[in-house]
Structure formats: C-alpha cells, structure tokens
Design a protein around this ligand. Structure first.
Ligand code: ADP
Ligand code: MG
Length: 451
C-alpha cells in the first residue's frame, strides 16, 4: 500500500489521542464524584448525632438537649439547630405523604457535596418519627475533596503529558530504530564493509522505511560487487602486465648491448602491442561493467554481419574448413552492430584457434519465434565440464601455464559476454557429444519495437 507509514501513524495518533482524552475525562468525572461524598465515618457520626438529638428531644429534657447542643457547637466550632416543620396546603390537591417524608431543609448526608462551594452546607438529619430535623452546618473537618485541586491538576495535566510523552517515545523508536540501523550500515559500507545489509535486521515491516532499507541493500549489493570486480580486474591486470614488461625490459637491455638488433626491435614491438591490447581490453571490460553503457540501439542485419566476420576469419585461418548455414536474412531490432560483431568475432576466432588444421568449424544461424540462435561449434579439445562457466570470467584460461607466452589473456569471452548482455543477448558454452566446444548465442529479435 502507498504511504503505509502515514496511515500507520495516523491510526496510532488519531485513535490513541482520542481514546486517551476520553479515558482521562471519564476518570476525572468518576474521581470527582467519589471525592464529593462524605467519608463513611463522618456520615455515621452525623447520623449518630441526629439519633442522639432525637432521643434527647423525646426524653423531654429540654435542658439536657440544650446543653448537648451547646457542647457540640463548641466542640465542632459550628452551627446546630433542631427544627420542626409542617406543611399547609394553600390550594390545589392534597399533599402526598411522600413529599412530607422526603422533605429536607438542608442536605442529606448521602448526597454529594459540591466541591466548588465556598461555604460549608447545612446538613439535615431527619428524626425517624418525622416532621423534625437535626440541622448542623457541616464541620470543617468533614468537608470532602480537600485534595481535589491537586488531583484535578494531576489528572488533566500531568497524566496526559506523561501518556503523550510515552506515545511520542514509542513512535520515535518505531521510526528511528530502523533509520539508526541504516545509518550504522551506511557508515560500515563507507568503511569498505560491502557485505552489510539492513533489511533483515529491521524485522517484518512493510512500509516506506523497509522500502528504503531494500533500496539500500540493492545499492550495497551492486556497488559492492562492482568495487570487488574492479579491484580484481586491477589486480589481474597488473599481474598479467608483469611478464610482457619483463620481456620488454630484457629486449631493451639487449638492444642497448647491440645484440640481434632487428630481432629485439621486433620483440619490443610485439610486446608493446600485447600490452596495449591487454590494457585496452581491460579498460573496455571495466567500462562495460561500470557504466552499464547506453549503447546506440539500431536495427542489425545478422546475416550480413556474420558474412563479413566469416570472410575476415577465413582470410586469417585458411587452414581450417568452415561449414556455414545461414538464412537469407535475419533482422533484429533495437540492438547494436559493434557489440554483436565483436562478440561473435571473439568466439569464432577461439573456435578456429582451438580447432586443428583441416578440421571444421560449423556456423549455424537458426530462427525461433522470439530469437535467433547463432551456434558456433568446433572440433577442438573442448573445455572441462566444471569450467564451462568460468571461461567467461576475466583472465580465466583453461591451461594458464601453456598460454603464458601467447597473446592470450583470457579477456575475449569476458568481453563477449558483457557485450552481448548490453543488447539483452545470452551466451552458453557446452561440449559437443563427439568432442569440441559449442557456443550458442541467443539474440532476441525485439520485434515488438518494429515500426
Ligand atoms: N573453442 C574453444 N575450445 C577450447 N577452449 C576454449 C575455446 N574457447 C575458449 N576456450 C578456453 O577459454 C579460455 C578463455 O577464452 P577467452 O576469454 O577467449 O581468452 P583467450 O582467447 O584470450 O585465451 C581460453 O583460454 C581457453 O582455455
Ligand atoms: Mg579468445
């Protein structure tokens, strides 16, 4: 899904914050209600006083009642009174008993006391026998909710702050943890540890950040492989340059000593040509690997191209026979003459070089629905099965020792393979059942581009 991280954050923040404030509001309401009630022991005390007043009143001892009220008043530093009331109907229906029973002059001990009142309310404890009440202004010590302001501050300010900080912390880690891993991997990579990858280590997630990690991994893979292959190339090149340079040195030395002048000059020329070819081929290979070149795409007439290559080869290797099977024409679109030409030439030269005199090299171009297949088969020694892949690696030669003094550096097939890849073609090497190497080049027709 697009913008996955956005939706994830949206979901967490929107639902999280709304749920948080809803819960805090409920909690505050509930706490306020709880804190507005008289403490059970205070409620009990007020009821006890009411009962005592009632008892004293019905005992008929007014002086004792008066004394008791005075003592209570002083003791609690408040206002107390006993009242009697009756209802007189002025008009309308007669009064129901319910009204007279439930009537309160002050507040019942079971009601909540409003926490915002700035005075202490009068409490009303009705006599059991009715029509009379013991009234007492709520003593200061019994006033509920003394910590309400602090509690409210904690509930409405501190608690949301803490919970939102926690949410921020979780979100921060959700985003920053993988980014930190990516940063660490980038640093490792810049130090030359090309094997670092991040996607594995950030766990199972599927959002913009895992896409970023994936892209990093692809980049690390490509750049790492490239740097390694270029390093290898440079190492191999300098290794290969040493023998011809040594031979050059010897030839120049002999020239200075005036021995075999002409022969040594020829040697110098040959060696310097070899070195030039070696350096040219290596640079072309490095360029093909490095740049993934944007080659010029053109229509290629394969038959014409192969004809020219065969002509040149016949001239160079007159001692070998060639069996050729080509169709009248073979057009491929969106390809490149130079790339296909050089690759084919390299492969054909190999075939001719490894085929003994008077033996035959066979060149067949066949057509498939989506591609042409150019097969070049020879009657040479072939290549050991386990080396059929390796011959396409730069500087690989089957018999390195034997080739040391020839101008064979093992770059031809490496170049051919990359040149063919640059026009989306493939190459495959196999041994023919009766001996000899068979090279097959698969060239896509690309005729969907036909105009
Ligand atoms: N037609 C062939 N028959 C046998 N061996 C071959 C053939 N073509 C290539 N090879 C082997 O593959 C190696 C690599 O070939 P290539 O890249 O063209 O390098 P080079 O021709 O410079 O040796 C050769 O050294 C040789 O050992
Ligand atoms: Mg070759």
């Amino acid at each position: 899904m697009n913008k996955r991280l956005f939706w994830k954050l949206c979901l967490i923040i929107a639902t999280g914050v709304v749920a948080l404030f809803y819960a805090i509001n409920m909690l505050a309401q509930h706490t306020e209600e709880d804190m507005s009630m008289l403490a059970p022991e205070d409620r009990q005390q007020l009821n006890d006083w009411g009962q005592q007043a009632e008892k004293l009143y019905y005992a008929g001892n007014k002086a004792a009642l008066h004394d008791w009220l005075e003592t209570l008043k002083k003791q609690e530093n408040t206002w107390v009174s006993i009242v009697e009331y009756e209802f007189t109907k002025i008009a309308g229906d007669p009064l129901n008993d319910i009204y007279t029973e439930r009537f309160f002059l002050g507040r019942s001990v079971d009601w909540k006391i409003h926490l915002y009142l700035n005075y202490n309310p009068v409490m009303d404890i009705p006599f059991e026998q009715g029509q009379k009440s013991f009234l007492i202004k709520l003593p200061k010590r019994m006033r509920p909710g003394s910590y309400w302001q602090t509690t409210r501050f904690i509930l409405k300010i501190i608690l949301p702050m803490l919970l939102l900080s926690l949410l921020s912390w979780v979100l921060y880690h959700h985003i920053m943890d993988p980014l930190k891993k990516l940063e660490r991997a980038t640093r490792e990579f810049s130090k030359g540890h090309f094997a670092v990858r991040v996607n594995q280590s950030i766990g199972k997630r599927n959002d913009e950040i895992s896409q970023l990690a994936n892209t990093f991994d692809q980049m690390a893979h490509r750049i790492g492989a490239l740097i390694n292959s270029q390093r290898q190339l440079i190492a191999d090149l300098s290794h290969e340059l040493r023998p011809p340079l040594t031979r050059l040195d010897i030839a120049v030395q002999s020239l200075q000593d005036q021995h075999n002048c002409l022969q040594n000059l020829e040697r110098v020329e040959r060696e310097s040509k070899q070195i030039r070819k070696l350096v040219d081929d290596t640079l072309t290979l490095a360029w093909l690997e490095n740049e993934r070149p944007d080659i010029q795409l053109e229509t290629v007439e394969l038959v014409d191209l192969i004809d020219v290559i065969i002509d040149d080869a016949q001239f160079e290797f007159p001692q070998n026979k060639m069996r050729i099977k080509l169709p009248d024409s073979a057009l491929i679109q969106q390809s490149n003459h130079r790339a296909i030409g050089q690759a084919t030439e390299n492969i054909l030269r190999n075939a001719l070089r490894y085929t003994p005199n008077n033996k035959t090299v066979e060149i067949i171009l066949s057509e498939e629905p989506k591609e042409f297949i150019l097969s070049i088969g020879d009657e040479g020694p072939g290549v050991p099965e386990d080396m059929l892949e390796s011959i396409f690696q730069p500087f690989f030669r089957v018999d390195k020792a034997r080739m040391a003094h020839t101008n064979s550096f093992g770059l031809g097939l490496a170049l051919a393979k990359r040149q063919l890849e640059s026009v989306a073609a493939r190459i495959k090497a196999s041994n023919k059942p009766n001996g000899g190497l068979l090279m097959q080049i698969y060239l896509p027709k690309n005729d969907k581009f036909k105009t």
